[in-house]
Design a protein. Structure first.
Length: 749
């Protein structure tokens, strides 16, 4: 063995070298001295369960105690240091000497056992590393794994066991994800601060003091059993004195809170936490002064809590016989994460209140049904939270065909065992893409890529997270394109159908083509097919078609054909027929039978030779200008989509002059020398006939009595003779006509 230092507060042994930091770290009360044999060190490394108070504690080790919590820890390092002969057991001891003058009845010390030794691998009958706390002159062991010492049940769990690596069932690996801090999930209770494999929860030894034989000496020893190559360490803190180890009434949870509840999802891998005050959102920590437990003395003494988790079949949910319940190894903290072993079981957490000098009390109690609180059946676990995967690809440019995309993802809570991947392009699953990486193919070009990551864990329901869209993937370019053209069977005219030929030379071969027809350079709405029926509004316009090859992953490259001018459809028409007499003043009628196509609009034009006489009406009153010429009727048919057509009738006979309607002239007045006679021409037709007069006395025309004169003064020479007037009617296009009035009576004197 390697001798260590003797440390004291009140006195110093003659051969000892004082190290005041160790007594300070232990918080030794007056009247208590400390002596170390072996390897010890003071650490200020803080972690969740130990120490709970102060800033330092003592490390007592079978190896190099100063290497247990180094300033720059290497979690992969081995702490092994052989203090004695090779292969021989190593040990280190801390002796606490309590003077009778203290008058104390009990010494309390907090401790935990840590080791490099693999735990849970050996028969407890062959102990390995261990921690022992005894009094000088006695073999009684005060470092006991609590066992039934914590419980006041009608049937107790297993008896207390010594603190050896093979017997202690409640170990935690530093950074173990199955040991969350209360109020969190899967946050390691011990940071990466040491290379120790396992550490027990903090416990408190109670050593009774009598002073019958003088000062009491309490010996705390950490040792390995025949193994000098793997170290163990005792973590010691808060040495204190009391009047009694366990006297008077025990502590209890405040009845207002009904003993607390187990909070959390009842599923494998989901953290369960004992919540002492369910009415608050927070989960109060076990060593908090406000943890819902109280000391019956009424003194303001904080109650610390200890925990033991048990499992049983669902049928034992309300059975208080503890022999029906199995203590869960490594489950002695406020939080516990059910494992696959717990699937289908119900869980119970026994909580013990601890105050120096007070009797332990454990809740829930089998004797109080209203405080017996167990979980429901543990089912498949639920992933509480996680992160959506992130897709990474080429740097500084968009992804393209041939690139490899990789899905990056953080861990879930609780942690996943593995991931299942599914890749999607524009929401459609990519066949065979079930790995963490995806090599982009032509089928994905132009699309946005997402990946779905489904977390899996034994006895857990899968949970999927989907990434944000990535891309789009750049489209590929055509190696070559065709030259489209418009073809038609015959003349490109109304009533015909145009067909788009995309042309040869498209490489690679498109899966299909898209079409867009245009009229005079403008898009024709809804004209997106390979054929196009010529519309009425297309007549006279220029028609072209834009063709694009369509293939997944390729750019749309429109190619436009040459324009085609659309003609109107041919109109058969019909020959008009003219009826009536071709004579000035007569009415001619034009008729057209069975004009083709039906529904055409017809217009009429009447010609005399090349002279347009009239247009618009199908009837014509022959004008004088047509005399001597044949009359022709030209009919023009029009209809949308058709080219207009004009058809002529057969010419009529030469137009003859018109015949005037002759009036009956009359003479009024007295046939007497010197009197004035008046001529009335009578009714001539048609309108516009010009009349002239010629007066006669007897059979002889009177000179000067002609033309427009319609009056005549009877001369002396007319005595005894009769007077007449001849009226001549003239009108262009009509034959001149004359008529003489009846003679007057003989002229008197």
């Amino acid at each position: 063995m390697v001798a260590g230092a003797s440390l004291t507060l009140l006195s110093t042994a003659p051969s000892a070298q004082a190290e005041p930091d160790v007594p300070t770290a232990l918080g030794l009360p007056a009247g208590v001295t400390a002596t170390v044999s072996g390897s010890s060190a003071v650490s200020t490394t803080r972690f969740d369960d130990f120490p709970s108070q102060g800033d330092d504690f003592v490390v007592l080790s079978t190896g190099n105690a100063g290497a247990v919590f180094p300033a720059a820890p290497d979690p992969d390092a081995q702490l092994s240091t052989d203090l004695g002969d090779d292969g021989a057991p190593d040990s280190s001891t801390l002796e606490l000497t309590v003077a009778p003058t203290t008058g104390a009845g009990c010494l309390f010390v907090d401790f935990a056992l840590a080791t490099e030794e693999p735990v849970h691998k050996y028969d407890p009958a062959n102990p390995s590393d261990g921690l022992s706390i005894t009094k000088r002159g006695s073999e009684k062991e005060y470092a006991q794994n609590a066992g039934w010492g914590y419980f006041e049940q009608s049937t107790r769990p297993a008896a207390p066991a010594p603190y050896t690596a093979n017997a202690v069932k409640y170990w935690h690996h530093p950074g173990d994800p199955l040991d969350p801090v209360p109020g969190t999930a899967e946050e390691p209770w011990l940071p990466e601060a040491t290379a120790l494999n396992s550490v027990t929860t903090r416990d408190t030894a109670r050593i009774p003091l009598s002073f019958a034989a003088g000062a009491e000496v309490v010996r705390i020893t950490v040792a390995d059993a025949g193994n000098g190559d793997l170290d163990s360490a005792a973590l010691l803190d808060r040495v204190r004195l009391g009047s009694s180890c366990a006297a008077g009434t025990g502590v209890e949870p405040n009845p207002v809170h009904q003993g607390g509840v187990i909070a959390g999802i009842r599923g494998v891998g989901n953290a369960l936490v004992y919540d002492p005050i369910p009415s608050t959102d927070a989960i109060e920590r076990y060593d908090s002064s406000g943890n819902g437990w109280r000391s019956p003395s009424g003194a303001d003494v904080p109650v610390e809590l200890r925990f033991r988790w048990y499992r049983s079949s669902e049928g034992n949910s309300f059975v208080g016989d503890m022999t029906k319940w199995e203590a869960i190894p490594d489950a002695d903290r406020q939080a516990y994460v059910p494992t696959a072993v717990d699937y289908g079981k119900v869980l119970l957490c026994l909580v013990t209140g601890v105050v120096d000098g007070r009797r332990y009390e454990t809740f829930p109690s089998t004797g109080e049904a209203n405080t017996w609180y167990v979980t429901t059946r543990i089912t498949s676990g639920t992933f509480v939270s996680g992160e959506a995967p992130v897709i990474t690809g080429p740097s500084g440019r968009p992804p393209a065909v041939g690139d490899v995309l990789t899905a990056q993802i953080g861990h879930t809570v609780p942690r996943e065992d593995t991931w299942v991947w599914k890749w999607f392009a524009d929401g459609s699953a990519i066949s065979g893409a079930t790995g963490r990486t995806l090599t982009l193919s032509a089928a994905q070009a132009g699309k946005r890529i997402t990946v779905e990551a489904s977390a899996r864990r034994l006895n857990f329901a899968d949970r999927a997270w989907t990434s944000a869209p990535y891309g789009p993937v750049e489209l590929q370019e055509w190696a070559s394109t065709g030259a489209p053209e418009v073809v038609v069977d015959g003349v490109p005219a109304y009533g015909q159908t145009l067909v788009a030929e995309p042309g040869t030379g498209w490489l690679p071969t498109p899966d299909r083509y898209s079409y867009q027809w245009k009229r005079n350079g403008s898009v024709v709405p809804n004209a997106t097919y390979a054929s196009y029926a010529i519309r009425t509004e297309d007549v006279g316009a220029r028609i072209s078609v834009v063709v694009s090859g369509v293939k997944p992953g390729f750019l749309a490259v429109p190619r436009e054909s040459a324009e085609v001018t659309i003609l109107g459809a041919g109109m058969a028409g019909a020959t008009p027929v003219v009826t009536g007499t071709p004579q000035v003043g007569q009415r001619l009628a034009g008729t057209v039978a069975d004009w083709d196509p039906i529904g055409s609009t017809l217009t009429y034009q009447w010609y005399a030779g090349d002279t347009l006489l009239q247009e618009g009406s199908s009837f014509l009153t022959v004008p004088a200008s047509a005399v001597g010429k044949p009359v022709i009727l030209k009919v023009t048919g029009r209809r949308p989509g058709y080219s207009p057509r004009t058809v002529e009738s057969a010419p009529t006979a030469v137009v003859a002059p018109g015949v005037l309607t002759v009036g009956n002239p009359r003479i009024s007045g007295t046939a007497k020398v010197g009197s004035t006679l008046f001529a009335s021409p009578g009714a001539w037709a048609p309108s516009g006939v010009k009349v002239s007069y010629r007066w006669k006395v007897g059979n002889k025309a009177v000179t000067g009595a002609r033309g427009a004169r319609d009056t005549f003064v009877v001369p002396r020479t007319a005595k005894g003779k009769r007077i007449t007037v001849t009226v001549t009617g003239t009108l262009a296009g009509y034959t001149t006509a004359k008529r003489t009035s009846p003679a007057t009576a003989k002229v008197a004197r």
